[in-house]
Structures are given as structure tokens and as C-alpha cells.
Design a protein around this ligand. Sequence first.
Ligand code: IPE
Ligand code: IPE
Ligand code: MG
Length: 241
Amino acid sequence: MEEISKVPAHVSIIMDGNGRWAKQRGKERVYGHAEGVESVRACVEAAAEAGVKYLSLFAFSEENWGRPESEVNTLMELMMKAIADEITSLAKEGIAFRVLGNLSRLSPSLLEAIAAAEKKTAPREGCEPLMTLVIFLSYSGKWDILQAAEKLALEYAGKPQELHDLPVTALDRYLVTAGIPDPDLLIRTSGEMRISNFMLWQTAYTEFLFVDKLWPDFRKEDFREALAEFARRDRRYGKVK
Ligand code: IPE
Ligand code: IPE
Ligand code: MG
């Protein structure tokens, strides 16, 4: 295995291609979603082993609510099941679990399970988690920017000059990702080369990696290869080296 010299602090993944994976096998799309959970498990392990501090996964977009009701329901049930199955081991390993997005659209039972899981895995006062696993659920980048702008506008209501003088970073603390560093590496599986309304603001200087494998086929070795590719990138942030 190639030595990984520069480990990204935050790796984000657009987990795409579950439906196609199932279709290739003559099965229903939901079969691909279930198999995709295995890839999540593998990548969580690989990320923690490599010393990644934040692993964030795009699990369900605001636009995905427009899919057939049966598929949406299966995805939500899979989320419930994954939380129930994994939370004890995440807590044991010191991995903090967080869910970000427009949560007002989720069912009360799922919200309850999420709150309990976040509480169970929350790091104790003064302790740093080994890693934080962030699941983006009912999330869209434009929604995030709009809800943050609304909060910022309320804070500075009646103070237009102060609002005008704010640095661009002022929005960060109202985004749902407040306190989480911007992603260093964003991986998208399935060969699609688009951002699909994921973290639009936060990916200003993120390194992108598009891989052809479908999400259920993306496992530990693929994650490690992505880290190796990241280590070869030269980040300049618009400057001259
Ligand atoms: C990703 O796989 C999972 C979600 C978006 C929920 P898809 O369901 O988009 O699978 P494809 O892209 O149709 O193959
Ligand atoms: C992006 O995948 C969203 C998630 C992986 C959760 P989609 O399958 O929804 O994106 P499009 O439709 O190909 O852009
Ligand atoms: Mg897709």
C-alpha cells in the first residue's frame, strides 16, 4: 500500500450509484441501497484507521424527496436500521455521530433515533472523538446557504453597515456545518461528475475525485486509494508557490 503522507482532515462522499448497481443484477433499486450500507461501514473503518477526523456522507438530498414514496420509505427505514445496528460500536470506538440537513422533514421516530444516537456518541467534556461521522440527510447546499443567510440577516437587522462590512466567513457559523472544517477531499462514486446541490459554500477549495465504481462496490481499498490520490494533489488556494 502506498504511504499516505498528507491525510485530509475532512473527507466527504457523495454515495451514488446504488440503483444502477441493483439494476445490473436484475434487482430492485432498494437492494442497492442495502448493499451500500456495507460500503459505509467499510469507509468508516478505513477513515478512522487513516486518521481522518471528519467523514461526511451525502445520504439523502432535498431533491431525493421527489423519488417514489416506496423508495423514500425504504431509505428512511435503512437509516433507522443502520443507526440501531451501528451506534453501540461507534460509541465504543469513540466515533461521534451527527446528522445534518433540513431535519424538519423527517419523521418523529427517526428524529428521536437520531437525537439518541448523537447523545450516545457525543464526546465527553474535554475529550476529542477519534473521528466524527456526519450524515447529510434531507440536505441541499442552496437550502443551507439560504437558512444561514436568514439567520445572519436577523442578527444584523437594523444594522446595515455592520452587515455590509462582514467578512465572507461570517456565514460559516450559521451553516449546518458550523464548527466542522470545510472538506479537504470530496469523492463522488458512479462516474457522475456533478455536485448535485451538495455542500456548495463549503467546497470552495475542496479537492474533487470522481470515481467510476458504483457506491456498493466502493470499499476499504478504494477509500485508501482516494487518500493516496489526495496526497498527490497540490493545493494552491489561488496563490503562487
Ligand atoms: C445513491 O444512489 C443513493 C441516494 C441518492 C439516496 P442512487 O439511488 O442515486 O443510485 P443511482 O444513481 O440511481 O444508480
Ligand atoms: C446525489 O445523488 C445525492 C446523494 C447521493 C444523496 P443523486 O443520484 O440524487 O444525484 P443526481 O440526480 O444524479 O444528480
Ligand atoms: Mg444517483
